[in-house]
Every structure is written in structure tokens, then in C-alpha cells.
Write a new protein. Structure first.
Length: 218
């Protein structure tokens, strides 16, 4: 979906009185959707799911991009303190049960947000994983929310040229080999033979956090 089609869709949602929000992990590839939103409607809330485990570079990049684009940034955190995010052996859940860690820090707080909106503008791409490849441009989600995926048919090359056209900065860790950046304990540098998301939860048989598996209707 190109920018003009995206603009028309957002304008249609506005005309229908549908309340929109978006989420962003503030990676290099995230900036395209954020830039397009800033060109259409800067009042749309941009939720950053702050797990408390992000790289300092991600927080700095979030603040830089938010100020540069004039985004309506909302910092979203779980009410569950880190002292309660341990297993019976005293290990943090990101090491012993990453699925439950993602549920507490991402899925659960995001589901509470969804109850207040009608449309979730989401930047998933079909080329990122098999789960995302099966998604549609518009897809139903829990709580009568419509997930809108304008980036679904984009790829890394298209993102690169959009960023180049508008002079958009990259995430500080991209030049160090981090092409998909999540929480620090669960992210590693990419090896040359890896796909984009294979450096996330490496060795844990996991490629999704739950936002795009639990908070979507097939």
C-alpha cells in the first residue's frame, strides 16, 4: 500500500468516526509508518510498549523520532513489577519462560488499550515471518477492533528507499549488525545467513511475542 492509499484509508476511518491508534517498536523499519502517520494525522496516539528491557539506544531513538515527527507518543508499561517477573528458582521470566514474559509485558497491557479504540494501525510485513505472511490488510481483532496493516506488502528494499527519499535516520544499533531490535536480553546480532527476525529469541524456538498471534482473529 502506497502513501496515497494509506492516506485515503485513514481519512475514511476518520470520516466514520473510528478511533485509531498505532504501536511502534521504534526500529529502523518502523520509521516509515510513523513518518506516513505524521504526514496524515499527528493526533493518532503512538503506543510504545516499554517492557523495561529495551536497549538504551532504542529509548534514545524513540525520543529522537518522536520529537522530529511531532508524534503523539504514549509510553505503555505493565503494572506487574520486575520483582514479580521471576520463576520459582529466582530466574527472570525472559530466560525461563519468554512466552509468559511477553504476555505480561506486551500482550496483556496492549489488550487493555485495545478496548478503547476501533482501529489498530500496525506495521507488520508479510516478508517478516510465516505468521505475518498469512495476514490481510484489514483483519478483525479482539474487542471489535480492526487491525489495519498498510505495510503488509512492503519489503526491506522499499523501506530503504523511502527512508533515503525523506532522509530518515536509522536505529543506532543497525550499523552494529542488529537488524531486528527488541528487548536486550532476547536480541542478538544477525549472522549473514539469518532472516530478519531469527536474531530474536535466538535458540528459544520463538519468533513472535504474542501481539500478532493472540491479538488477532484468523
Amino acid at each position: 500500500m502506497d502513501f496515497e492509499a494509506f492516506k485515503k484509508q485513514v481519512e475514511r476511518y476518520n470520516a466514520e468516526g473510528r478511533q485509531m491508534f498505532t504501536t511502534s517498536s521504534f526500529q529502523s523499519h518502523s520509521i516509515v509508518l510513523l513518518h506516513m502517520i505524521s504526514r496524515v494525522d499527528r493526533s493518532i496516539p503512538v503506543y510504545f510498549i516499554n517492557t523495561g528491557y529495551h536497549f538504551p539506544e532504542t529509548i534514545a531513538y524513540r525520543d529522537q523520532i518522536s520529537e522530529m515527527l511531532g508524534l503523539n507518543l504514549v509510553d505503555l508499561k505493565t503494572p506487574v513489577p520486575k520483582t514479580m517477573q521471576m520463576d520459582g528458582n529466582g530466574r527472570f521470566l525472559f530466560a525461563s519462560d519468554p512466552d509468559y514474559c511477553c504476555f505480561l509485558n506486551k500482550t496483556q497491557p496492549m489488550e487493555a488499550v485495545m478496548k478503547r479504540y476501533d482501529v489498530w494501525i500496525n506495521g507488520v510485513r508479510a516478508d517478516q515471518s510465516a505468521v505475518r505472511k498469512a495476514m490481510k490488510i484489514e483483519q478483525p481483532a479482539p474487542h471489535d477492533v480492526t487491525r489495519f496493516h498498510p505495510m503488509l506488502d512492503w519489503n526491506a528494499k522499499m523501506i530503504y528507499f523511502y527512508r533515503k527519499e525523506f532522509g530518515l535516520p536509522s536505529h543506532p544499533l543497525e550499523d552494529k549488525g542488529y537488524m531486528s531490535v527488541g528487548c536486550a536480553p532476547c536480541t542478538r546480532k544477525m549472522d549473514p545467513e539469518m532472516q530478519e527476525r531469527e536474531a530474536r529469541w535466538y535458540g528459544m524456538n520463538k519468533t513472535e511475542c504474542g501481539l500478532h498471534t493472540d491479538l488477532v482473529k484468523k
